[in-house]
Write a protein that binds this ligand. Structure first.
Ligand code: WTA
Length: 636
């Protein structure tokens, strides 16, 4: 697909509608296969499992690396920008990247990693993370990257769940002025992970002290041979597992396979961002999240792009940093999250002015709904009114972008993700579970047909996969989001309608937080909800009943204690913004907490509260509303 006009967009969309299978089989031709697939789609949402290109055989790294190393060996693949602005940036060409990946793959082989084995990565944004992930793919192994903000307990859970035998980490991760002790967290985590045989440690410091089973990664890489033949795998063989939060406590390991994912991220990257030869792409996401997987590791490399990889923060040493990086490397495509935009907006325009942003051609947004004000600020101060903004809606489960404008080709509309990509068929659902047929409509967002990039299962829990995504609306994939469609068929994503909260673009399951804090000896029971937040989009607020042992402590003191506890059991990203100590939680006769009451209390919206007569304790509603109004969390 090479869409460059709105007419071509419509033609492609129609072609995908008329002949979904042929459409994607044709797109497979843009990639190198050991055996070209003859099958497109097998199965359906009514009849899982879904397979794409199942008789195809390939290695995704040949598509990301070898073909570019052959054709344009000296083209820069990665421009690496260190956390420290005074450090030189590093440029890695396609030829060098292939060599680095091959060395890393040989190191993994030396550690007995074979096709189908899982390697866990717990690192900061250093090139070795991207290299390591591709090294897994090179030998048919499965990568499982865990974001460096998760705690030892959360990391241990994930390592155990995916049965990794090798863990790759950094001694410390550099994030702004902070050094994050990643290896220390790994050391603590693997005490509970008997399967782990080796820990490979990336360190800038040659004198690091290593314990039993730990090895210095750079030393191993230097000794390794820079050639490694790719292992060809079936299109439906696993490529990676990535954990995300759901509405129950246990994180879900979404499993993505290689062939369909490759075609999906390759085609969406090229057409949505309208990346052209010579452009410099920069996605600011961490590889620990799906955005980093799809639009830093795989999408750009599949397209032979040059991209920036940055280790640090948007606002360190100060809020000029992002803009300076754009100026320094003449970035043309900038893809970031609304939370970063809002934080930089709050810092003031002086920081963005004074940097030359004239290289920019396309801006992108991902991870949460972008509000009108942030959109306008981004458009005016960063894009100077001349860069199309692609507001890209998608999920860990979808593998790649599903709804977005195509930069400069189809219209961008503030706060609207706009139109589905060819091959994506959204539906909005009514309260009685039917598809809303009017163009103008609002309701839960489903997808009606399989697409090549979709996650195939939840690792080791296919029943949960079917239950979570395909049981609410029979024969449809339920996204967990609510959306509105305008009369021209543009989609606006409203946000999650399940028990998932999007804090600074990070998905947090409220059940996971409740499970954690209920174990704290000061709290008996809690209900965690998402509340609006100016910078983070949403934040976590808990209503809880305190135990005797909390007596004498203020809610503020308890909040600090509970947050320290959350940091240990999940990670600092799941910290509460506010803790209200209540005498009871609003419950129905069947014992379910009526979270709607809590959400309405946080919004101080009694008008649309609705019926509370089914509560066993209706008197609690007033107490909660008053407490939030005073914002005076009361003394236990
Ligand atoms: C939200 C991130 C509005 C949404 C790629 C979705 C968005 C969840 C957008 C997935 C957007 C993502 N507009 N909301 N452009 N992009 N979301 O799995 O609620 O980390 O369900 O994937 O983020 O988050 P995830």
């Amino acid at each position: 697909m090479n869409i460059s006009t709105s007419k071509e967009f419509l033609e492609n969309y129609q072609a995908s509608q008329n002949q979904l299978k042929d459409f994607w089989l044709k797109e497979c031709k843009n990639y190198e296969w050991k055996t070209f697939p003859t099958q497109a789609l097998e199965g359906s949402f009514a009849e899982l499992p879904v397979k794409w290109f199942s008789d195809g055989v390939l290695n995704i790294t040949e598509n990301c690396l070898d073909r570019h190393a052959r054709q344009t060996p000296n083209k820069v693949a990665i421009i690496y920008e260190d956390n420290d602005p005074n450090e030189d940036s590093l440029k890695i060409t396609y030829k060098e990247l292939l060599e680095r990946v091959s060395r890393f793959a040989n190191v993994l082989k030396d550690h007995n990693i074979k096709k189908g084995d899982t390697v866990c990565f717990y690192m900061s944004m250093v090139p070795e993370l991207l290299v390591g992930v591709l090294a897994c793919a090179r030998i048919g192994a499965v990568h499982s990257v865990v974001f460096g903000g998760f705690s030892a307990a959360a990391l241990a859970n994930r390592i155990q769940d995916c049965a990794a035998t090798v863990v790759v980490t950094c001694d410390v991760g550099e994030r702004g002025a902070k050094a994050i002790p990643l290896k220390k967290v790994v050391d603590e985590a693997i005490e509970q992970c008997p399967l782990v045989k080796s820990v490979l440690v990336f360190s800038r410091d040659q004198n690091i002290s290593l314990g039993k089973g730990e090895q210095n990664l750079l030393e191993l890489l230097n000794k390794a041979v820079p050639i490694c033949a790719p292992v060809h795998i079936g299109a439906e063989d696993p490529l990676f597992i990535l954990y995300t939060s759901g509405s129950t406590g246990k994180p879900k390991g979404l499993l993505h396979t290689s062939g369909g994912y490759m075609v999906w991220v390759g085609e969406t990257f090229k057409n949505i961002f309208q990346y052209k030869e010579g452009d410099i792409f920069w996605c600011t996401a961490d590889i620990g999240w799906i955005t980093g997987h799809s639009y830093m590791v795989y999408g750009p490399l599949l397209n032979g792009a040059t991209q920036v990889m940055y280790e640090g923060l948007p606002n360190w040493p100060d809020s000029r940093r992002f803009w300076q990086v754009i100026d320094k490397h003449k970035v043309t495509h900038f893809y970031t999250a609304p939370t970063a935009i809002r934080a930089l907006e709050a810092a003031g325009e002086a920081y963005v002015q004074g940097n030359d942003l004239s290289s920019l051609k396309v801006l992108g947004s991902v991870g949460e709904p972008i509000n009108e004000e942030a959109w306008q600020w981004y458009n005016k101060n960063v894009g100077h009114g001349r860069c199309p903004i692609v507001d890209t809606w998608w999920q860990t489960e979808t593998g790649g972008i599903m709804i977005s404008s195509l930069a400069g080709v189809t219209a961008s509309i503030p706060t609207y993700a706009t139109k589905p990509f060819p091959g994506v068929f959204p539906a909005l659902m009514s309260q009685d579970g039917n598809e809303l047929t009017n163009t103008e409509a609002e309701g839960p967002l489903c997808i009606t047909q399989p697409w090549p990039g979709m996650a195939r299962t939840i690792y080791k829990d296919h029943a949960r996969y079917e239950q979570t995504y395909f049981s609410t609306y029979k024969g449809k994939y339920f996204t967990g989001d609510g959306a509105r469609r305008d009369r021209d068929g543009n989609y606006r994503i409203i946000g999650r309608i399940d028990d998932v909260v999007n804090v600074s673009g990070h998905r947090i399951g409220t059940a996971e937080v409740e499970d954690a804090i209920n174990q704290h000896d000061c709290l008996v029971e809690s209900a965690v909800i998402g509340a609006p937040h100016d910078i983070k989009g949403q934040c976590l607020v808990a209503f809880a009943i305190a135990t005797q042992s909390a007596h004498g402590k203020t809610a503020e003191e308890l909040l600090q204690k509970v947050n320290a506890f959350i940091a240990e059991s999940i990670g600092p990203i799941a910290k509460l913004e506010q803790l209200y100590l209540v005498s009871g939680l609003p419950k129905t006769r069947s014992g379910k907490i009526m979270r709607r009451v809590l959400r309405k209390a946080v919004e101080q919206d009694k008008k649309t509260l609705g019926d509370t007569s089914t509560l066993v304790n209706p008197e609690i509603v007033d107490e909660i509303f008053k407490m939030v109004e005073k914002n005076a969390p009361h003394r236990a």
